[in-house]
Design a protein around this ligand. Sequence first.
Ligand code: CTP
Length: 403
Amino acid sequence: MVLGVSGGIAAYKACELLRRLTESGHDVRVVPTASALHFVGEATWSALSGHPVSTEVWTDVHEVAHVRIGQAADLVVVAPATADTLAKAAHGLAGDLLTNTLLTARCPVVFAPAMHTEMWEHPATRENVATLRRRGAVVIEPAVGRLTGVDTGKGRLPDPGEIFEVCRRVLAAGRAAGARRDLAGRHVVVSAGGTREPLDPVRFLGNRSSGKQGYALARAAVARGARVTLVSANSALPDPAGADVVRVGTAMQLREAMLKAAPDADVVVMAAAVADFRPATYATGKIKKRDGQEPEPIALVRNPDILAELSAERARPGQLVVGFAAETDDVVPNGRAKLARKGCDLLVVNEVGEHKTFGAEENEAVVLGADGSETPVPYGPKEALAETVWDLVARALPPATDA
Ligand code: CTP
């Protein structure tokens, strides 16, 4: 494991984190920045970790440390991560040993930022954090409390015990996913988000889907080794690291993107909330209200059922098609009827309501199989439902060919 330490007063708290990591059996290499050594000296890091410590790439050059340390790590945790280190990491700068390590590491990376509130809230830092998260790094939210000097606010390094817990969870999740690379060599296509059907240049008919479930499916499939195409309709979520993201707006655009990607897919998942109807006409100019006149009713026409179409015309033999259904009542009987109507292999039936599922972090579902199977998924995070879907898919897929 690598503990990166950058130059903030909270560096002293990283000693406690280091102690916890080594006491729980990890071999930890500390890589401080030169500024970090102003706060806690080399002797402390070296004595606590049992390894030599250097800040730049010119020490032990024959060992090519600037590459080896990152390559060999199972986890890199940077605590504290200053605004400067986050910026360098986001932009791929590599002026010292820590930034070189961050560029060469292919393991999970955790940043525990600590800085003054103004720095944390600055748009530059916000964008750097968003970039790092989009690439898959875990950036822990700083704690609120007393900062250096008399200031208080958001920006404190979280408690070392909490950072340790995050590291433990990230390592465990990495191992679990690594042990289940059961989608390696497969191509999966997932739709996510909600379509918008334009009425005029400024208005649309839409729905409340956030895209969280589809994005969780995409992330989980990447972790299980699949090549992932994510067709995303109007989601504000950051691109999942490692997925190929195709952005669409309307149901017709989503259909086109799905039909284009499906011929090459082992699995197609329709997690997007697709509008069943679109306005029959599109006004090229903004629709105006007119005093004393009733508004024109909006005429709608049916959109094609993409899931039914994908199910009916399997692009390749053995391709699995998974649908989602949102039901408010008689969840299972309605789900069964919908599964038969749409012709898919699996249908994930969610119970929805005003405060349930759309935009929420958690949901409850039952996965119905065309073979009559019924897999209940208890109330929990969308990530857990995603894993269950891939478990069922991995079991049902025909053996992979080498192509
Ligand atoms: N779906 C689709 N194309 C549509 C409508 C829905 O591919 N035009 C897909 C969704 O992506 C989802 C599934 O069909 O996987 C179920 O959508 P849902 O809205 O729950 O069901 P509907 O068939 O629209 O039935 P109803 O609105 O009557 O409940």
